[in-house]
Write a protein that binds this ligand. Sequence first.
Ligand code: C5P
Length: 230
Amino acid sequence: GSTVAIIVVAAGSGTRLGAAEPKALVTVGGQTILEHALSRVFDMTDAAQVVVVAPANRLDDARALATRVAGAATDHVTVVAGGDTRQQSVSAGLAVLEPGVEVVLVHDSARAFTPAAQFEAVIAAVRATGGGVIPGLAVADTIKQLDWTGAVERTVDRSQLVAVQTPQGFPRDGLLGAYASAAEDYTDDAAVFAAAGLPVTVVDGDPLAFKITTPWDLRRAESILGESAA
Ligand code: C5P
């Protein structure tokens, strides 16, 4: 079996996108967001177990399109139902890891254009450090901290900040332990891992790993596909 597993969380509703479908099943340039994300996962050179966490009422759709994109790698694909929160969806994915897996990556399906090279860089850094690894980008905007009235209190030193993406990578045992003891609702996996007292470092992210969240992001996704087809 593979020593790497990639959990692709795709069970979100996509409320902010304003679509009738769950976000992962919204089409961009003739393919669903989930298919775009998976095709880049399967572009990786080394085999990995791929776990797709799909909306509970769309498991058959998710299974069909994951099988289509996986092609020859189909044996390594598992599709499971997600939960009400992202954290619950990741837990559902962690529950079906194959026995030999040592490194686990968790990836947002909504970051559909994340190149295979970003997955490979995160895997290599987890192996090299033995800790958690997250891709991050420098923050371009000036960031202000507000007081409780909404008035500007101070300017945050943005040289100390990164905007964090996925895939986020972890040693399997550390991540499973962290999830088993996690209480609150964290917004990313590195926060769960760090709450267990485990170290996390940052590698360079990629602008292409942006998260499709709003209708504006969908237009950006369409224009990126238009450029690469031209
Ligand atoms: O909503 P947002 O885009 O921040 O979600 C990030 C990722 O987590 C998406 O790929 C979404 O499908 C996934 N998610 C999930 N289960 C949830 C909520 C979000 O798999 N309950």
